[in-house]
Design a protein around this ligand. Structure first.
Ligand code: BGC
Length: 754
């Protein structure tokens, strides 16, 4: 009879100890851990390691993808103990037989770690990550990750390939939708919230997921937005822009990291020992599991840095990669490489320890079927609680960009609304890319959300206006029909945007104009003369200059997920007040890209001034400023900022001063305002940005109410990457800006002194 892992462990450990170990294993990663329990579990891992053959050890480093029915060959690999992890099998019913096979029939009985891309929800789909970033609400973001974890864990999954913590300034890059935008500080705060949300926010440890911060490092620097493309950036940029969110994820206890497809300084991440060892392990202090991205080991051959499979495998293992994602090259090549002495078995042991530790952290070593409970799965997926929480962040994610004549919220005297546009009835596009097991049938479309919200109080009509199933789709007659529909309504809601496949992995676009004839549609509808509220469904910032011109109000809804239509109706109706702020700059013209708020200071002005001075860092043909800046977003109410002050005009190193501002709701509706603090270093030994986000805080105020907001300013907020590429702080003068967006700010100054 084959040994199963529980029996293997039972032979070695007494029952009483097993109970305490089970508890310790569950709690050590996900709750504060106890040193003595950890010591026990470490020796437990050592015992398992000793019992494994070389092939079984390497099997633990092998991650396979099973899409659809498993093949005979895949089943054989599991039976032989040559599979440590599986991706793309979801749901208790599908996972259970595979786990049973591993536990009951493989020689070691070691259970499999099931991994998946749970990027913004499992069944109840949350807004895309970029949209969530627009909420600037860390507890809502954390709660959203916790919902995703609860659902995915109930469906048998142990580890998610999230959070994606890449920072990008490239809207043409399809994967911008997975990021938290352009700013390293905001991205770092969100990375931390998501790691905590996935790993430790649910009450019971087995309702949580192991998180994986990806893609280390610099994947967001995609040149011209082409995925997997060449890129080249300095070590300074690596440190200033790309590393901070990884550091935050690591500090929050992220259990794994995924390497990038791309190269840093000419060396692909999978072969980059400097990046993986010197920086990730030694400098950032990451001691968890490192995995490759999809087939990045054989990619080393395609990229021309390895001659063959053997060399590629050596490069990856020597760079510290513990898991090979789906190439099978570790499995095929490592046994011989170890036997001939080219790769040391100690390296293999270290990798296997990492895998076993993760299995232990989720309780698999003690209870391999812990995540496999069909009743729990049924109860958890799409539960009311998950829907509520997801709708909360969907509402907070949407950003009101324009609201002329306070046309929004929709007034009580509106009797008829025409909902026009290719996104009006779409469901799949609201789910967006990486929608895991999200299904169209569970999505509330924009049309359904509004008609359900208003019932028969308002007469709704509909016309698609154009089709956009291809980038160049047409719609001449459809536009004419939509114009007729618009003429008969009091108000038009124009649902524009992109289809879900147009953004996401491999979703690079050269044009940043809405696909098809949507700009023409907006123009023709505007000519009808009715108020037009444009709602944009997209995974990236599009150039909305033309659309904004033809809209009375404009709202960026992103790809808002399952609850999108409901959330939108609650905002447009005024039941809730929009509070989202852009986590990324919206360009005025696509030729401005890359455009972001934190340019480094330049010898020449970024503003051509009233005389349109040629000798400035500006364009001759279009304005240099964006259409909508980073941090921008309107509300149905107004906020007044006053009394900005500092507790001291001098701050000592290691000291602290406080910046304060009073925010008053001067409008007529309760609202939540995100108050942003930026700092400029006036003179430094290295060129510094004109301003950098350093803190933010949100305040909810009823009409007429005001509140003083305090921000602590500490020395680390003034630090930067010095000439020697190490973090440093220099004394001197600083400007503190506080306000409602990156361009609408009040300022005060202080000096850092020795
Ligand atoms: C992506 C990763 C993803 C992996 C597994 C890759 O193509 O770059 O982000 O986690 O596939 O689906």
């Amino acid at each position: 009879m084959k040994k199963s892992l529980p029996s293997l462990l039972l032979a070695k450990i007494s029952n009483a100890l097993l109970v305490s170990l089970a508890f310790a294993a569950l709690s050590s990663a996900l709750l504060p851990s106890f040193a003595s329990a950890e010591a026990e579990t470490n020796s437990d891992i050592e015992r398992i390691l000793e019992s494994l053959s070389l092939e079984e050890k390497i099997g633990q480093m092998n991650l396979i993808a099973i899409e659809g029915e498993p093949s005979e060959q895949q089943l054989a690999l599991i039976r032989e103990g040559k599979v440590g992890s599986i991706i793309k099998v979801n749901g208790v019913a599908n996972i259970h037989p595979l786990q049973k096979l591993a536990v009951e029939q493989s020689p070691s009985g070691l259970p499999i770690l099931f991994q998946e891309d749970i990027i913004h929800g499992y069944k109840t789909i949350a807004p895309i990550p970029l949209a969530e970033a627009a909420s600037w609400d860390l507890s809502a973001i954390r709660a959203s990750a916790a919902v995703a974890a609860r659902e995915a864990a109930a469906a048998g999954i142990h580890l998610t390939y999230a959070p994606m913590v890449d920072v990008t300034r490239e809207p043409r890059w399809g994967r911008i939708l997975e990021t938290s935008g352009e700013d390293p500080f905001l991205s770092a705060e969100i990375a931390k919230a998501r790691v905590l949300g996935f790993q430790q926010s649910n009450k019971h440890p087995h309702q949580n997921l192991l998180a994986c911060a990806k893609h280390f490092a610099g994947y967001g620097a995609a040149l011209a937005g082409r995925d997997y493309s060449i890129q080249d950036f300095s070590e300074r940029e690596l440190r200033e822009l790309h590393l901070p969110p990884f550091q935050a994820a690591i500090d929050a206890g992220v259990s794994s990291v995924m390497g990038a497809y791309t190269a840093y300084d000419g060396i692909p991440a999978t072969a980059n020992q400097h990046l993986m060892k010197d920086i990730l392990r030694n400098e950032l202090g990451f001691d968890g599991l490192l995995m490759t991205d999809w087939e990045t080991i054989p990619n080393l051959i395609k990229a021309g840095v390895a001659a063959d499979d053997k060399q590629a495998v050596q490069m990856a293992i020597n760079s510290g990669f513990d898991i090979d994602m789906v190439s099978s090259l570790y499995l095929n090549e490592l046994p011989a490489l170890v036997r001939e002495g080219t790769v040391s078995e100690a390296l293999i042991d270290n990798a296997v320890r990492q895998v076993l530790r993760l299995k232990q952290r989720v309780g698999l070593l003690d209870s391999p079927y812990l995540y496999l409970d069909e009743k729990r799965e049924k109860k958890e997926l799409l539960s009311k609680r998950n829907w509520r929480s997801t709708k909360d962040i969907a509402r907070k994610s949407m950003v009101l960009l324009k609201n002329n004549d306070n046309i929004l919220p929709i007034k009580k005297d509106v009797k008829s609304i025409a909902i026009i546009g290719p996104l009006a009835k779409s469901k799949v596009d609201l789910l967006g890319w990486w929608a895991a097991q999200g299904e169209e049938k569970d999505v509330i479309s924009i049309y359904d959300g509004l008609t359900k919200f208003y019932g028969n109080k308002i007469d709704f009509s509909y016309a698609p206006g154009v089709t956009i199933d291809k980038f160049k789709a047409s719609g001449g007659e459809l536009i004419a029909e939509a114009v007729e529909v618009a003429k008969k309504a009091d108000l038009v809601i124009l649902a524009l945007g992109e289809q879900h496949w147009m953004s996401g992995e491999g979703g690079g676009t050269a044009s940043l104009h809405l696909p098809g004839l949507q700009e023409e549609l907006a123009q023709r509808i505007a000519q009808v003369g009715k108020p037009v509220i444009s709602v944009i469904v997209s995974g990236r910032p599009y150039v909305l200059t033309d659309i904004a011109t033809h809209s009375t109000a404009l709202l960026q809804a992103w790809m808002p997920g399952s609850t999108g239509g409901e959330a939108l109706a609650e905002l447009l109706s005024g039941e809730h007040n929009p509070s989202g702020k852009l986590p990324v700059t919206f360009p005025y013209h696509q030729g401005q890209v890359p455009i972001f708020y934190s340019y480094k200071k330049s010898s020449h002005s970024f503003d051509a001034g009233p005389d349109n001075n040629r000798y400035t860092a500006t364009f001759r043909d279009v304005q240099s400023s964006p259409l909508y800046p980073f941090g921008y977003g309107l509300s149905y109410t107004n906020y007044e900022y006053s009394d900005i002050s500092l507790s001291d005009t001098n701050m000592k190193r290691d000291g602290k001063i406080t910046a304060s501002v009073t925010v008053k709701n001067t409008g007529k509706q309760k609202g939540r305002e995100v108050v942003q603090l930026y700092i400029r270093d006036k003179v430094a030994s290295v060129t510094r940005p004109i301003k950098l986000l350093k803190s933010f805080s949100s305040v909810t105020l009823s009409p007429g109410k005001k509140k003083r907001i305090d921000f602590d300013i500490t020395e680390d907020m003034l630090s930067f990457i010095g000439a020697d590429l190490k973090r440093t702080v220099e004394t001197g003068d600083f400007i503190v800006y506080v306000g409602t967006s990156s361009v609408d700010l009040k300022q005060v100054e202080f000096a850092l002194v020795d």
